[in-house]
Design a protein. Sequence first.
Length: 432
Amino acid sequence: MDDLARFTESLREDLAAWQEATTGPPLNKHASQVAGIVSQLTEAMAILEVPGGQPRAELEQTIGDYLHIWDFFRSKLALRYVPWYQPVLGAADDLAWAAFQPISAAAAAQRLQDERLAAAAAQRLLRKLREPPLVYFSRDVIPFTVTRGQNYQNLLPRGGLWTERSEAIADNLVVPVVSLPWQRFSSLLMLLSVAHEVGHVVVTDLDLLPALRGRLAEAGLSPARLPLWSAWLEEVFADIFSAVVCGSSVALSLVDQLDRPGPAGAEATPGPGRYPPVELRARMILHVAERRSDLGDQPRPPRPRADQLADFDADVAAVAAALLDDGYVQIAGRLEDLYPPVDGAELRADMSRLSRGRDPEASDIRTVLAAATAVEVAKPADYAQYEAGPRALRRAAVIRDVTRRRGEEGQLRARERDRLAGRELAALLALP
């Protein structure tokens, strides 16, 4: 066996081993993610074996590139085997699924029922909203997302890619990824950012921006302020989505993360950047939570109102109504109807338990993490003294569904999607 054959066989064996590992814990919750990645790389290698293809030296470089791409995903999956990372990553994965699954199921049901879709269009849409985002930790100081279909070359391990074929693969991310900062690994309130980041994945997967722009244009906003809200639109939707999924504690998480000098996202006054000012974002989150539940005496972010935001603050209700009141055709209904409210008596009961050294009792990962966040921000001494974070993570492990996670449309459709992905990749990499 020559070197090229050894390289190829080594990669095939490794991909097969990791796919086999998804039959049991801890990777049984990542079966569709691993299948999507393996399918893409397996099809890419099959294309390399077509006679009359690349020169041998370039083939060896290409296989090296594929190993480099696989290592990006493999290193993140491998973290799930490290015992001291498992509690936090497990909770983050569970929250990503809790945010992603309801809208994924609604979109799948709508696509299957919509007989107006042309056959080809329906086949392309089968690939959408299959895999939830893969959560990992990185050195970046704020959370971020790379959505499905985007270029992820700048996230790859040091060394870069050598061949055009590999660059084409890295220009089309098959599984969205959500990065959380290592610097705040021990803080559970950071996990609520996952819901916001899933909101970005939803915008991309459902192609929501055209509809969101149309709704914002009809919200009755001042012509002077509409351009800024338009510039902020995707971030505003992600904030609203996170408030629908996780409730008012998202505002506590957001302000705690961004109420400090540092990265983009902490603008203090309205401007043409990507992010609204932190206070305005918190107000939007609280407004969405309040329209869904009675917040009672739940903690709010201790941040004074800025006078320069008064006019924008008056827009909050109109923007929220524009994005939430009516249904979306992609899910055949309203976003708020897919997620039971988190705020309420159960959340407050778990906050009380955690702040008194007792274990939470909620059966919803969203409530458990929201309660831990509220205690961490509002009662940091109690949070530390009574080990509220570890208690919340233990509860998350207890309520976790340990069965193998599948897509809503079943294994047969999953294989159909994988074959489709392979054909799409084959066309992408076809030699001129």
